[in-house]
Each structure stands twice: as C-alpha cells, then as structure tokens.
Write a protein that binds this ligand. Structure first.
Ligand SMILES: [Zn+2]
Length: 319
C-alpha cells in the first residue's frame, strides 16, 4: 500500500511541477537544468546512504542543505521511499545516490523523478573495468564500492563537479574542499593498507553477513565470504550455513563478523553451526557495511567507519 501511494504522489508532483524535458540519465558531465539560480541561497541536496551525505557535507560545506534519507542501521537494499522522502526529493536541486542497483527498491522513483530533478549516481565516474561483477548478482555490478577507498574518491570528484555545475560562481570552492577531503582519503587508504599488513596473509579471511566486502578484499588482500549474497533481499539457506561452517571449523578461522545494517540472525546461526562441529569461532565485532554509525560520533563519518572496520577486523583475526 505505501509504495503505491508513494508512486502516485510522485506522479502527481512530476505532473504538477511540469516535465519539459524527456528523462535522461546524467553522466559524469551532467549539468543541471537551466533556470535554478542558487547564488543567493543554499543548494538543496537529497542523498541516500550516509557515506554520500558525508561527502556532500565535506564538499558543499555551508553552501548546501543536505537531507540524508538513510540513517544509521538502515539497509539501502531494502529501503523504500516514504511520501515525505518523495516530497523532499521533488523540492531538491540535486539528488545524489549510489547507483549500481544499491538502492534496489528506489529505482522506479529515481527513474520518474529524474525527468525534473537532477539525479546523479556518485559511482558514474568509476571506470567500469574497475567494478566487480559477481556471477551470483546476475550480470549487475557489485555496488559496495566505498570499501576500496580509492574508488570512493571518484565519488567525491563526482559530487564536486556536480555542485560546481549547479553553482558555477563557487566552483573553485567545491573543488578546493574536495581536494582537501581527497588528501584525507589518501591517508585513510594508506592506514587501511598498513593495518591489513599487520596480519599474516593466511589470516586475512573475512566472513560477514552479506557480501559487502569484495572491493575491500580486492584492495587490501582479504579473502571474503558473505552469507547472504550481494543484496540482503535473499536470505541465506541452511545448506549455505553448513558449508561455510565446515570451512571455518576446518581452517580454524578465529572470528566472523556481524554488520550494523543487517540482522545478526544468520551470523549467529553460523556460529552455532561451527560450534556444533567442535570449533569455537568468535563474533569478531560489528562492522559498518551499508550504513555508518551515529551522527556526532567518530563512526558516524565515512573515515571513522572505515577505520573502525579495519581496526575491528585486525584485532579479531590476530587472536
Ligand atoms: Zn549491501
């Protein structure tokens, strides 16, 4: 019921507010529709996941009023736009989202709204050759690019260039802010590399609730296994749990991890299955996968979440 109503509201807003151009998918060089003068007011931005909200704050600073739709613990694969979200999107100057089907339940909303509102996937600038396309995701790309910090840096450039397109007078401000943030992200990348290097390669096995960490694994040398697949829509079956439990017990992997935006149920079932095989595997801690921590805490930023994850992983797997 709510979904139908949301789409009806969206159709109304698009019709009522006018639709003078056919829908087109904004690419890396997307420019805003003419006629929006933001020189005297803040740019109204709507974002999906917290990691994108963080980028917009870093790059836009005082010039933006950003509304993030998905807070701590929210799973973007399952998230459906509320009526309030649709109204906020219809009033925005720009909407930034992850793309690559990350926000799987919002595709239709984005398709309809982009006829009128500049709608930008922050992953558009990433070279497709660098994206992972896991067989179990049926030909689509893995959307969890933020765990390779060097890939997420492309999202920062995308936001900076888009804001500069909307507000050309302050283009250099956005590019300057982006440059400063990108320097911090380069430092973050080196930090993750150096912490990962503390673990013997044989210990770099990361087992989590869903398959969010393949880019992390590729970038920082971890073997990665997720119980639930790339999206959280499908649940793990008993056979998957037993197969993975056998492997953990045989290889004596010391820890497995829960995620803040995914129910811990399957990982707890996995731990029990391993224990039934006579090996005590620990829950190594909570990782931030598709959502950040609470606002105002270190983990409530992208840099903080990435640091928290690598520190938690290294501490649990070195035991
Ligand atoms: Zn995910």
């Amino acid at each position: 019921m709510p979904e139908t109503r949301t789409l009806a509201l969206l159709a109304f807003l698009v019709l009522f507010l006018g639709c003078d151009k056919p829908a087109e998918r904004p690419g890396p060089d997307a420019v805003p529709r003419p006629g929006k003068d933001v020189s005297e007011r803040k740019i109204r931005v709507v974002t999906t996941i917290g990691m994108i909200t963080d980028i917009v704050g870093q790059v836009g600073g005082e010039r933006v009023r950003v509304t993030g739709l998905m807070g701590p613990g929210v799973d973007p694969h399952l998230y459906k736009a509320s009526e309030g979200d649709v109204t906020r999107m219809a009033e925005a100057d720009v909407i930034f989202y992850g793309g690559l089907h990350l926000e799987g339940k919002m595709t239709e909303v984005f398709e309809r709204i982009q006829a009128r509102i500049l709608t930008v996937a922050v992953t558009d600038r990433i070279d497709r050759a660098l994206l992972l396309r896991p067989p179990e995701f049926e030909g689509s790309y893995d959307p969890h690019v933020w765990f390779d910090v060097t890939l997420w840096m492309k999202a920062v450039e995308q936001v900076a260039e888009t804001l500069a397109g909307i507000d050309p007078q302050r283009g250099e401000t956005y590019r300057g802010n982006a440059k400063a943030y990108l320097e911090k992200l380069s430092e973050l990348h080196r930090y993750v590399e150096s912490r990962a290097g503390e673990l013997d390669p044989s210990r770099r096995v990361l087992i989590t609730a869903h398959d969010a960490f393949h880019y992390f694994g590729r970038a920082y040398g971890f073997e990665v296994q997720g119980l639930q697949g790339i999206s959280t829509v499908a649940e793990a079956g008993t056979a998957d749990i037993q197969a993975l439990a056998k492997q953990i017990a045989e290889r004596r992997i010391p820890a497995i991890f829960v995620e803040t935006s995914v129910s811990p149920r399957t990982i707890e079932a996995l731990r029990e299955a391993v224990r039934a095989r006579g090996f005590r595997v620990e829950i190594g801690g909570n990782l931030y996968s598709d959502a950040m921590g609470d606002p105002g805490t270190p983990d409530g930023t992208y840099i903080g979440m990435v640091r928290h994850n690598i520190d938690t992983i290294v501490s649990a797997l070195s035991k």
